[in-house]
Design a protein around this ligand. Structure first.
Ligand SMILES: [Zn+2]
Length: 293
């Protein structure tokens, strides 16, 4: 059994699927509460098992009215990924989605109170540990889930770029480039599997910059933003070290990409991401859906 002994990570990788070839759901229900980044209010999320393929969401005032989540419901905001569902919005879905798809889950019902998913510690780790606690079950007779990419895709937006090349596995190479000494240029490469997602990507926390954060707070945004749910940088240094990895920011960008692919699936491809953003990721997800359907 592969038991991790890092202070922030105690996950039994062996209970998770070895790859992304089949459909999996939760073995039991998960209930989690936390502060929403934007509203600053407590948000509650219930995750439940289902035989239905896909991710479905209901609001707690109408818990039986599930809406199937699709990539064309995504609305980008600069700070997070938001879904628009029959006139209602649900914000900051990406870290939960990254945890679901990254751990190998394909069939989940989500019930949400409020209009955003709690940020927790700014990574996907709390979700992964909650999934580990209840366990996963394989859907009998389920088929391959990987998207088969048939030709290369190039997606760009300004100076940001994603290139995806068909492959027999999923390899992601991400690069970020910030004009701040504390971050600078970072590149991280991973052969994606539930195990590498859990160990190398899920614990990486979101990050922000002191001046930007002050500005957003003055505008009444990020009411729930605190030093315990994001890494904060003042340019040359981190305000709240230690980092979980020396290159935690680029790993978090990869976490965001995986979350933004959750509604189309993980493609078998070599994916090169340069200066990714939620808008770029979503554009890529839409192109993948078109290319692979
Ligand atoms: Zn993020």
């Amino acid at each position: 059994m592969a038991l991790q002994h890092r202070y922030w990570l105690e996950v039994l990788v062996s209970i998770f699927p070895a790859d992304y070839q089949k459909s999996w759901t939760l073995a039991n229900e998960i209930v989690k509460e936390g502060i929403g980044l934007h509203s600053g209010e407590t948000a509650k999320v219930i995750l439940m098992p289902t035989d239905l393929l896909g991710f479905y969401l209901a609001f707690s005032d109408k818990p039986s009215e599930y809406i199937k989540l699709e990539i064309d419901q995504v609305r980008n905001s600069p700070l997070c990924t938001t879904l628009e569902l029959e006139g209602k919005r649900i914000a900051t879905v990406e870290h939960l989605f990254a945890a679901l798809i990254g751990c190998g889950l394909t069939n989940v019902l989500i019930i949400v109170s409020g209009n955003e998913i709690p940020l927790l510690d700014g990574s996907a780790l709390d979700w992964v540990q909650a999934i580990q606690k209840v366990g996963l079950q394989c859907i009998k007779g389920s088929h391959k889930q990987n998207l088969e990419l048939k030709k290369s895709l190039v997606i760009y937006q300004g100076e940001s770029l994603i290139i995806a090349i068909p492959s027999d596995k999923t390899k992601i190479i991400a690069t970020i480039d910030f004009p701040y000494k504390a971050i600078g240029q970072q590149t991280f490469t991973v052969d994606l599997s539930p195990e590498t997602f859990i160990n190398e990507i899920a614990p990486a926390r979101t990050f922000g910059f002191v001046d930007q954060l002050n500005q957003l707070k003055e505008q009444g945004l990020i009411k729930g933003g605190e030093l315990k749910n994001a890494l904060v940088c003042d340019g040359d240094n981190w305000v709240n070290p230690p980092l979980r990895f020396p290159n935690e920011p680029v790993r978090h960008k990869m976490l965001d990409l995986i979350g933004d692919l959750a509604l189309v699936g993980i493609p078998k491809a070599q994916i090169l991401v340069y200066r990714g953003s939620h808008a770029l990721h979503s554009k890529f997800a839409l192109a993948l859906k078109k290319e692979c359907s």
